[in-house]
Design a protein. Structure first.
Lengths: 255, 298
C-alpha cells in the first residue's frame, strides 16, 4: 500500500448529492490520504453524513437520491464500478449500532464472509477472531460468540459492527458519528480503536464533536451548508483556521 | 323536571352500558351456539374409525337393520391434499410478491399497484375464485374441470392476497437500518432480501401463511364448484375428482334423510372447526412470540 505523504486514497472530485431536488452536498472536492484518520466536522444538516454516504455509494439507495461528480478510489471512479463491490472495499460504521438482531455475535462478524464468499470453516473462524481482536472486542466475547448480538452493551455492539466491517476486508472505513449514541467510556474505547485502525485502514470519520476530531484525526474538513469550507491538518484547522467561518464554528459562535 | 341532572346522567350511562353489553351477547350467542351445536352433534360421530374409514353408502335404518356409520377418511385426506397443494402454489408466490414490493419496488408505482390488487382480491367473494378456475379449466383443459388440482388452484387464488399482505407487513417491521447495514457490507440485494430481511421477518411470515391455510381449509364455495364429487371411492390422484370436508358437510346436510351421512357431516364440521382453531391458535402463538421479540424479549 502506498504510504508516502503526497499520495491519495480517495479523491472526491466536484461531488454534489441530491435528495430529490434538494442539494445536500454542493460541489465538494477533497483528497483523503491513505492510512490516516480524516474527520469531517460541521453543524447538523451540513451534509457531512451525506458526503461519506457517497463514498460507498449508499446515498443513491435512498428513493429520489442522486449523485453528480466522481470519487476516485486509488484512481478508479467508484461510480463506474459495481456498487456492491465498492461497498466491500469501502466499509461503513453507522451512528446507531446496527448489528443483525437475529444473528449471534459470530453470525454478525461472519456475515460478510458467509454471504459474499465460500470459505472453509477454519478460515472463517480465523477471520472472525482476527476481526474481533482488531475491533478490541475479542477479550469481552471470547466465551460467548454464540450469544445473540443484542445481548451486548451499546458500546460493545458498536465495536461488533466495526469488527463486522473489518471482516469484509475493506481498504477504507467510513464512520458516521460512531460515538454519538455511546457513553464517554465506550466513546474513549472507540477512539482508542480508531487510532489503532489507521495503521491498516484509511479512516474517514464524521463527527459533530470537535474535541473528538481534534483527538483522533490527522486531517479535518469543515463543512457548512453542503459546501466544504476548509480542509487541512487537524492542528492547523483548529489553531490557525484560514477561513473566518471555520474560526467562528470552532470557537463555538454558531453550530 | 322530575329527575335531577345527575340521576338522568346515571340512567343514560346505565342504559348505554346495558346496550353495549347486549351487543356483546348478540355477537357471542351465534358463535357459541354454532360451536356448541357442532360439538354436541359432531362428537357423536367421533369414534376410533372416524378418521380411518371412508364414507358409507347412503342408508336409512329400518326395522332391525342399523346403518354403518363409516368415517371421514376421504374428505379429510382430500382437504389435506387440497390445502397442501394450494399452499405450495400460494405461499411461495405470495412471499415472492411481498419481497418484490417491499424490497425492490419500494416507493415505485408498481408496488402500490400490487398491494392494492392484493387488497381488492382479499375481498373477492370466494365463489368467484371457483367460477374463475372453473371457466379457466373449461376453456383450456376440460378433463381437469372437476379435479383436486382445480380446487387447489381456486383455493390458492384466495390465499395469495392474504399471504402477500401479511408478508408485506412482516417485512416492513424489519428496520431500514438492517438493510443499510447489509448493503454497506457489500451483500447483494437479493441475498439481503431472502437471507437477512426475510429471516428476520419469519415469525410474521409464518403467521400470515398459517392464516391463509386456515382460510383455505374452511372455504367451501370454490371447492364445491371445482372438485367434483370424489367422496365415495379412494382418491385417485390430483387430476381426478376430489373430496373435502366442506364438500362432505354439504353432501350430508343436503341429504339428511340418510342418518349416517347426516351424523358424519356433523362430525366433519366439528373436525373442520378443530383444524381451523388449531391453526389459528398456533399462528396467534407465533405472533405473540414475534411481538415479544420486537420488544427485545426472548
Amino acid at each position: 500500500m502506498n504510504t508516502d505523504a503526497g499520495s491519495v486514497k480517495l479523491a472526491i472530485d466536484h461531488l454534489s448529492a441530491y435528495y430529490g431536488t434538494v442539494r445536500g452536498v454542493e460541489d465538494v472536492s477533497l483528497r483523503i490520504p491513505p492510512q490516516q484518520v480524516t474527520a469531517i466536522i460541521g453543524p447538523s444538516g451540513c451534509g457531512k453524513s451525506t458526503l461519506i454516504r457517497c463514498l460507498n455509494r449508499l446515498h443513491e439507495t435512498l428513493p429520489g437520491a442522486r449523485v453528480e461528480g466522481q470519487v476516485l478510489l486509488d484512481g478508479e471512479n467508484l461510480y463506474d464500478l459495481d456498487p456492491t463491490l465498492v461497498r466491500r472495499r469501502v466499509g461503513m460504521v453507522f451512528q446507531k449500532p446496527n448489528p443483525f438482531a437475529t444473528m449471534s455475535i459470530y453470525g454478525n462478524v461472519s456475515a460478510p464472509l458467509r454471504f459474499n464468499s465460500r470459505m472453509p470453516r477454519e478460515e472463517m473462524d480465523r477471520i472472525v477472531v482476527q476481526s474481533l481482536k482488531r475491533a478490541a472486542l475479542w477479550d469481552e466475547v471470547r466465551d460467548r460468540t454464540d450469544a445473540p448480538a443484542t445481548s451486548l452493551s451499546g458500546g460493545q455492539q458498536q465495536r461488533l459492527c466495526i469488527a463486522r466491517s473489518l471482516a469484509a476486508d475493506p481498504e477504507v472505513l467510513l464512520m458516521d458519528e460512531p460515538c454519538s449514541a455511546l457513553d464517554p467510556i465506550a466513546t474513549a474505547k472507540i477512539e482508542e480503536l480508531i487510532a489503532q485502525l489507521k495503521k491498516d485502514y484509511t479512516v474517514v470519520i464524521v463527527t459533530h464533536n470537535m474535541q473528538q476530531a481534534a483527538r483522533v484525526a490527522d486531517s479535518t474538513a469543515f463543512m457548512y451548508l453542503g459546501k466544504l469550507v476548509e480542509f487541512g491538518p487537524t492542528e492547523q484547522l483548529f489553531e490557525r483556521p484560514r477561513e473566518r467561518l471555520t474560526e467562528a464554528y470552532i470557537t463555538g459562535r454558531f453550530g | 323536571m322530575s329527575l335531577g341532572l345527575h340521576t338522568r346522567r346515571r340512567l343514560f350511562s346505565h342504559t348505554m352500558t346495558l346496550l353495549s353489553g347486549l351487543a356483546v351477547v348478540v355477537i357471542l350467542v351465534p358463535l357459541v351456539a354454532v360451536i356448541y351445536e357442532a360439538a354436541v352433534q359432531g362428537s357423536s360421530a367421533f369414534s376410533w374409525t372416524f378418521l380411518t374409514q371412508r364414507p358409507p353408502i347412503a342408508c336409512t335404518p329400518h326395522l332391525g337393520v342399523s346403518c354403518a356409520l363409516g368415517g371421514v377418511y376421504t374428505p379429510f385426506e382430500g382437504t389435506l391434499i387440497l390445502v397442501g397443494l394450494a399452499s405450495l402454489v400460494a405461499i411461495p408466490i405470495g412471499i415472492g410478491a411481498a419481497i418484490f414490493t417491499v424490497e425492490y419496488a419500494k416507493e415505485r408505482r408498481i408496488a402500490r399497484v400490487i398491494s392494492t390488487t392484493a387488497d381488492v382480491l382479499s375481498g373477492l367473494p370466494s365463489i368467484l375464485a371457483g367460477v374463475f378456475v372453473f371457466s379457466l379449466m373449461f376453456q383450456y383443459d376440460k378433463p381437469l374441470v372437476y379435479s383436486t388440482i382445480a380446487g387447489s388452484l381456486a383455493l390458492s387464488v384466495l390465499m395469495i392476497p392474504i399471504v402477500v399482505r401479511t408478508c408485506e407487513e412482516a417485512l416492513r417491521t424489519v428496520p431500514e437500518s438492517v438493510r443499510e447495514a447489509a448493503l454497506a457490507l457489500g451483500i447483494p440485494r437479493w441475498k439481503i432480501a431472502t437471507r437477512i430481511v426475510l429471516v428476520a421477518a419469519l415469525p410474521g411470515v409464518v403467521t400470515g401463511a398459517m392464516l391463509s391455510v386456515a382460510r383455505a381449509a374452511g372455504e367451501s364455495a370454490p371447492i364445491l364448484l371445482t372438485i367434483g364429487d370424489g367422496c365415495f371411492h379412494p382418491l385417485e390422484g390430483v387430476t381426478q375428482q376430489g373430496c373435502a370436508l366442506a364438500l362432505w358437510i354439504f353432501i350430508g346436510a343436503t341429504n339428511n334423510a340418510y342418518q349416517n351421512w347426516d351424523r358424519l357431516a356433523w362430525g366433519a364440521a366439528l373436525l373442520l372447526i378443530l383444524i381451523i382453531l388449531a391453526i389459528s391458535l398456533t399462528s396467534r402463538f407465533s405472533l405473540n412470540r414475534l411481538v415479544r421479540r420486537m420488544k427485545g424479549g426472548p
